[in-house]
Design a protein around this ligand. Sequence first.
Ligand SMILES: Nc1ncnc2c1ncn2[C@@H]1O[C@H](COP(=O)(O)OP(=O)(O)OP(=O)(O)O)[C@@H](O)[C@H]1O
Ligand SMILES: [Mg+2]
Length: 277
Amino acid sequence: AAAAGSGKTAVLVERIIQKLLHKESPADIDSLLVVTFTNAAAQEMRNRVGQALSQALEENPGSHHLKKQLSLLQNASISTLHSFCMEVVRRYAYMLDLDPGFRIADTIESDLIQQEVLEDLFEDWYGKEGEEQERFFDVVDRFSSDRSDLDVEKLVLDLYTFATQNPWPEAWLNQMVEMYEVKEGMGEKELPWLNLLKQEVHSQLKAMEVEAKQFLELTREPDGPYNYGETVDQDLEMIQHAKGALEHSWEELQSYMGESKFAALSRKKMDCDETKK
Ligand SMILES: Nc1ncnc2c1ncn2[C@@H]1O[C@H](COP(=O)(O)OP(=O)(O)OP(=O)(O)O)[C@@H](O)[C@H]1O
Ligand SMILES: [Mg+2]
């Protein structure tokens, strides 16, 4: 990692050349894998390695090794990571049980295939019986609106997309399931998702506290909405109490919130700045 134009490519080219010119064990260019982000960068890399080789050959015109490198250069693996992967998959397609004539689907095509698979899958699950069906219906009930199960389809796709960003999607998915397993005798501190939820609630309560304090200041200004002061004061107290309860335990917060209510603002007429109100 270095600034644009600072010499990254120059350093890489130099390292490649040093490997090719190594005194005891000179490497062949086609035994190296050089990957770049873009096709243009790959082309530039190939050109610059070529130039460096030509220069080395000028200094050492009799070198058979250097002449060989120049001729190997066009077929050397200097490419984007994607084209390298394509080449590997195509070359070893027979080991992967793939048609070597495969091509990469464009996004419209793959979206269509995805949609088709998803629909088939849902149809399949709707046709299940017994416990499996119950479980599926439970998911649909929880995550869809009454009209359609589009939300559930989207959820499955989002989950799929997110999972595939991980190096081991299935392991990641299984790990997610494990997070929800509550074993006997487990304390609330050991529930990973609850800790995330607590952090989220904590930061929201903190933000509410800041707002309530600003609000309270406003009610105390000379032309402020003074009649709201009492309510805001109560709000602030409640928010702070909730924060304290959360630090103690989720259960305590839950029971505190269950028995508390935000008071309504006073409806009494007051003489104050309308904007502040
Ligand atoms: N050590 C150096 N001495 C003299 N010139 C250098 C040196 N390193 C790089 N250069 C020159 O600086 C210019 C930019 O170098 P290079 O292309 O390697 O940078 P880069 O970091 O790869 O740039 P980019 O971010 O655009 O890919 C080139 O003209 C290169 O020849
Ligand atoms: Mg560069």
